[in-house]
Design a protein around this ligand. Structure first.
Ligand code: SF4
Length: 242
């Protein structure tokens, strides 16, 4: 491990021995990756995608629709919608739950201390924020940072689906319970969604689930598990596009 990465892991609160003895072995192919970490979960379809037709929209048209969207009640309380950002041709896509107060003000995803921790997580695997594309299930802030209602997530899902199609990532890193349940259309506890590679149908993308950095700030003892999830994600991404 080089000194810089060691410093980043230390900042994440991860003991160095975890990095010296990875929880999953390096792999050479996607199928090997799946076998080493448990079965691929049965193909999932994003839950509740309704009849909003965005399939033909390009980036500008899609962003325009999100900026003016009033499809759910969250439109009434937002300062602005938070579309997403980063490299629109990224190999990695990061999917979270929804904007908080800071993101609502700035119009950018993953800001504040949780965003900084996410940056550290990415740096630990050799990525910087401009090299990934970040988006949320919800494009508008839920009042008081409450959990989004399932109907709100359903309303917003077509936008994320189209973003995934346009980015065409090799790997989606899904952060937190709300994002995982909405994206995969399951209600399985997050701990059981970790450690496996999920296949998202019909979009045909590999998904790895881990804890949201906001949760990690409150529960730093889980950082070691996140490091294992990041290694699985790295190996899956390598297998997708050598
Ligand atoms: S959360 Fe999504 S569906 Fe609801 S108003 Fe905002 S952009 Fe539209």
């Amino acid at each position: 491990m080089d000194a810089r990465r060691a410093a980043i892991l230390e900042a994440m609160g991860i003991d160095r021995f975890v990095a010296r003895a990875p929880l999953v072995e390096p792999l050479s192919s996607p199928s090997a990756s799946v076998q080493s970490t448990g079965p691929v979960v049965a193909p999932a379809t994003p839950s509740g995608v309704d009849d909003l037709d965005v399939a033909s929209l390009d980036w500008d048209a899609l962003a325009g629709q999100v900026a003016t969207c009033t499809r759910c009640a969250l439109a009434a309380g937002r300062s602005q919608s938070v579309f997403g950002g980063g490299d629109r041709a990224a190999r990695w896509m990061i999917v979270g739950e929804g904007p908080g107060a800071e993101e609502d003000r700035a119009g950018e995803p993953f800001l504040g201390s949780a965003g900084q921790l996410l940056d550290s997580m990415l740096q630990a695997i050799g990525l910087r924020r401009p090299q990934v594309y970040m988006a949320n299930i919800l494009k508008c802030r839920a009042p008081g940072n409450r959990d989004p209602h399932p109907a709100e997530a359903r309303c917003c899902m077509p936008f994320l689906q189209r973003q995934i199609e346009l980015v065409d990532p090799g790997l989606i890193l899904c952060l937190g319970r709300i994002a995982a349940h909405s994206l995969l259309g399951v209600e399985t506890p997050l701990g059981q969604l970790r450690g496996r590679v999920h296949e998202l149908k019909p979009l045909g993308r590999k998904v790895v689930v881990t804890y949201h950095p906001g949760y990690l700030l409150r529960t730093p003892g889980e950082k070691r598990k996140v490091w294992a999830d990041l290694q699985l994600a790295m190996e899956t991404a390598r297998g997708q596009r050598a």
